[in-house]
Design a protein. Structure first.
Length: 167
């Protein structure tokens, strides 16, 4: 295993990111999100989205294969001033426990280190992801929203002061 973290640039990397997004949703959210939602989430839709939104995305590659990605930037709304956000971080299940997610998170946090704090949203019932974020020092800030992904699911916001990041 020889993992490289880099900006997503080529069409093959964009397609690889789309596949990781598609596969991870199907693997990670079964039992949390309504099955009908997965039927509508096709690989083609993930590719269409990946080709539309290319900025601020890094990929983890094992050789030529994209095995994970992270998306990052400024917090999406004005509710939190001067805050960065991790929009997404996904790693194929075959690479769990191999440090790929850690490498992606480190790089994404480095790229938004100008912000004094960083936020992210995670499905409340996604225990694996919540645990992963807590290892970096993210903590729920009490903000919760119900979103509809086929059926209503709870999403929580987690925040960290960038000076307290534990890499």
């Amino acid at each position: 295993m020889n993992i490289a973290i880099k900006d997503m640039k080529t069409d093959d990397e964009i397609k690889g990111k789309a596949y990781v997004h598609y596969k991870c949703w199907h693997d990670s959210y079964k039992g949390i999100i309504d099955d009908a939602y997965f039927d509508a989430m096709t690989l083609q839709k993930c590719e269409d989205t990946a080709f539309k939104w290319r900025d601020n995305i890094i990929v983890a590659k094992d050789g030529e294969r994209v095995v994970g990605f992270a998306a990052y930037g400024k917090y999406r709304n004005d509710e939190l001033e001067n805050t960065g956000e991790i929009y997404a971080i996904y790693v194929l299940a075959d690479y769990y426990g191999k440090g790929v997610g850690h490498m992606l998170m480190e790089e994404a946090l480095e790229r938004i280190s100008a912000f004094p704090r960083v936020a992210l949203w995670v499905l409340k019932d996604n225990g694996r992801a919540v645990s992963f974020y807590k290892k970096f020092g993210f903590r729920p800030d009490g903000r919760e929203e119900i979103i509809t992904l086929g059926s209503p699911v709870a999403e929580i916001r987690m925040i960290i002061d960038i000076g307290k990041v534990q890499l």
